[in-house]
Design a protein around this ligand. Structure first.
Ligand SMILES: CC(C)(COP(=O)(O)OP(=O)(O)OC[C@H]1O[C@@H](n2cnc3c(N)ncnc32)[C@H](O)[C@@H]1OP(=O)(O)O)[C@@H](O)C(=O)NCCC(=O)NCCS
Length: 238
């Protein structure tokens, strides 16, 4: 994907502009995002993925490789803001945080907040553009969620948290009140984060971990209680 000058456009979650949606990614996570988007009321036009063998079902055509998404989403950013029903919106629906981080840098777009109708989001929470909030997930009061973050199926993010850009709170993870999480961090399936803890950027919290103390940048924390160890690779986050 060629780096483009146009910046990512951030829009508030409460824009309510449910229009046409382009999905970037065609794997399992994209399937989940696409179904949630339809349930929410988006008209999904299709998806971009480099792998021709991917499928999001008959209703969702593959529109081409991910490089094609730049051309498809750029006009939206240039032509106007939220509320114009003619604008196509976009959501990055790839599981890999590394790949997501790279695309966020290069893909212009008017990014949607895709939120399954069964998710509960406090009116006082602030949700960044491009964020996905899965079925039965909960985001409590005064919590801030950065752009392009995933609050996956059944995850709970309690009050007064600050969650960075491109974070993945995996299914069933529980994040206590006042927790801070840096960008590009994976909080693994079913893990629990003690209230008030700070987790750095680029971290991986393992499946089922109980994080009871701060975790430095680029660390991996696993176990109960979790111990922080070496840097992580992106091999296991999708
Ligand atoms: C922590 C993690 C990144 C390690 O992955 P990995 O480097 O491939 O590690 P391996 O599977 O090779 O396991 C290495 C060792 O760590 C142990 N281990 C792996 N994950 C663990 C976890 N979550 N908690 C405790 N121990 C763990 C293994 O049992 C193994 O121990 P051994 O050497 O004594 O046999 C991965 O297991 C994990 O938890 N990823 C999060 C995935 C996730 O939630 N994705 C979200 C998808 S929606």
């Amino acid at each position: 994907v060629t780096k483009l000058a146009t910046p990512v456009v951030s829009v508030p979650a409460a824009s309510g502009a449910l229009g046409r949606l382009l999905v970037i990614g065609g794997g399992g996570h994209a399937w989940v995002v696409t179904e949630a988007a339809r349930a929410q009321g988006w008209r999904v036009l299709g998806y971009f993925d480099d792998d021709e063998s991917t499928s999001l079902g008959d209703k969702t055509p593959r529109l081409g490789p991910i490089s094609g998404a730049a051309a498809a989403t750029a006009p939206a950013a240039e032509r106007g803001g939220p509320g114009d029903e003619d604008l196509p919106w976009a959501v990055i629906a790839l599981g890999s945080l590394d790949l997501r981080a790279r695309l966020i840098q290069v893909l212009p777009g008017l990014y949607a907040v895709v939120r399954h109708p069964s998710a509960i989001v406090s009116p006082s929470a602030r949700i960044g553009a491009g964020t996905f909030i899965g079925a039965t997930a909960v985001v409590q009061g005064r919590t801030q969620v950065g752009d392009h973050t995933i609050i996956n199926t059944g995850a709970i993010v309690e009050h007064d948290c600050v969650i960075g850009i491109n974070v993945h709170i995996a299914p069933g993870a529980k994040v206590g009140g006042g927790v801070r999480i840096g960008r590009d961090t994976l909080v693994g399936i079913g893990s629990s984060i003690r209230p008030g803890v700070k987790i750095g950027s680029g971290c991986t919290i393992g499946v089922g971990a109980a994080v009871v103390s701060d975790v430095p940048d680029n660390a991996r924390a696993i176990g109960v209680p979790a111990r922080a160890t070496h840097s992580w690779s992106d091999s296991d986050d999708s």
